[in-house]
Design a protein around this ligand. Structure first.
Ligand code: CP3
Length: 353
């Protein structure tokens, strides 16, 4: 195994001493980069990128060629799992993801089975190919959606503004939703394990829609299933711990609960003060975030100031992975992303002496 040349990200996740605060950006490979748009045009479609290990490797590395980021993230999508469960994922131009079949009927829910891993082999092949191409430059992050977030897309049949179908099911037929979540959690556990076996050095669970649940429902329908996944993962590879990051968008009020499910790091969106978050969880786990992605629409000087504010709010010591509080906008200026990465690297050194 190649020795990691930059393990700052993995060290920060485990709260081990670092020289500076590491940074990566959610959705760092994507449409805001002209080189991504060019590769996507050659591949023909977004799924064309995901299903080809060569293209997936190329676009994963693109943001690293531009910015001195401290981690790479597998280029794929959370919806590959429901696709492999037979729902038929497609992307209608300008409309976001959609499924040919949804899970609104009881018969469809009862027929649901975990995804056969062979159908996701292209993802594991991409992981191995990216690891080879990185050659130890920075660690590679694998990922999955949370069962609840995946269920949102599966029940609704695509994205939604109000989640009325899944909420209707949650309140009137919780047994059906629990069956979907159970099958999906089993599937996600096997999927993440296979990514780790293929070479992922950390994994993140994206719970984009958990924060749309009521206070009472969050623990039962989202958190409990993420806890089950984490309990089922292998946490060591090549003699190193494989850290797990859990990110519930809009989950600021549940930080103590999220910090208690066995993850090494809790992701924050931009609505929480990271200093207060650190005080609340008592240094139990690391924190990731929490720069407002739309602050990238400010000037480079404003970006630097906002980055400095977040670093100061976290304060001294390891345990912070700098990131955006959600994915980077397709309209973001790459020069501004460069300014953010430089600012975090420079301004954070004073907190690690
Ligand atoms: O972070 C990375 O760079 C890795 C790649 C990645 C993508 N999607 C690529 C992508 C990751 C980690 C995701 C996760 C994902 N996908 C989430 C969870 C995180 C979040 O953003 O909340 C969700 C909810 C999805 C589902 C999804 N995929 C949506 C809603 C969309 C359409 C929205 C959009 O931005 O177009 C996608 C498509 C998608 N996934 C794109 C990319 C780069 C854009 C596709 C394109 O090139 O047109």
């Amino acid at each position: 195994m190649t020795q990691l040349k930059n393990d700052t990200f993995l060290r920060a996740l485990l709260k081990q001493p670092v020289d500076y605060t590491p940074i990566w950006m959610m959705r760092q490979a994507g449409r805001y980069l002209p080189e991504y748009r060019a590769t996507r045009a050659r591949a023909g479609s977004f799924m064309g990128l995901c299903t080809s290990p060569d293209y997936a490797t190329e676009v994963t590395l693109q943001p690293l060629e531009r910015f001195p980021l401290d981690a790479a993230i597998l280029f794929s999508d959370i919806l590959t799992v429901p696709d492999a469960m037979g729902l038929g994922l497609y992307f209608a131009e300008g409309e976001g993801p959609k499924f040919e079949r949804n899970l609104r009927e009881e018969s469809a829910v009862l027929a649901l089975q975990p995804a056969p891993l062979e159908k996701l082999q292209y993802v594991f092949d991409a992981v191995s190919s990216i690891r080879k191409a990185l050659n130890g430059r920075v660690p590679l992050i694998g990922f999955s959606g949370s069962p609840f977030t995946l269920a949102c897309y599966m029940v609704e049949g695509g994205g939604s503004d109000d989640f009325r179908h899944i909420k209707g099911m949650l309140y009137s037929r919780p047994d059906l939703l629990h069956r979907i979540l159970d099958v999906t959690a089993t599937s996600v556990t096997a999927y993440l394990k296979a990514q780790i076996d293929a070479g992922a050095q950390a994994v993140q669970i994206f719970d984009t829609w958990g924060g749309a649940l009521s206070h009472a429902a969050y623990k039962e329908f989202s958190l409990a299933y993420m806890q089950r996944i984490i309990a089922g993962l292998k946490r060591e590879a090549d003699g190193r711990r494989v850290p797990v990051i859990v990110f519930t968008k809009n989950g600021g009020q549940w930080l103590e609960d999220i910090a208690a499910i066995g993850a090494d790091c809790v992701g924050l969106d931009w609505t929480t003060d990271i200093g207060q978050a650190r005080a609340r969880i008592g240094d139990k786990v690391a924190l990731q975030g929490n720069f407002d992605p739309n602050a990238l629409f400010g000037s480079p000087a404003a970006i630097e100031q906002e980055a400095g504010r977040i670093l100061a709010a976290y304060g001294h010591g390891s345990g912070h992975v700098f990131n955006l509080g959600h994915g980077i906008s397709q309209h973001a200026n790459p020069e501004h992303a460069a300014a953010l990465v430089a600012a975090v690297h420079q301004l954070s050194r004073q907190y690690h002496v």
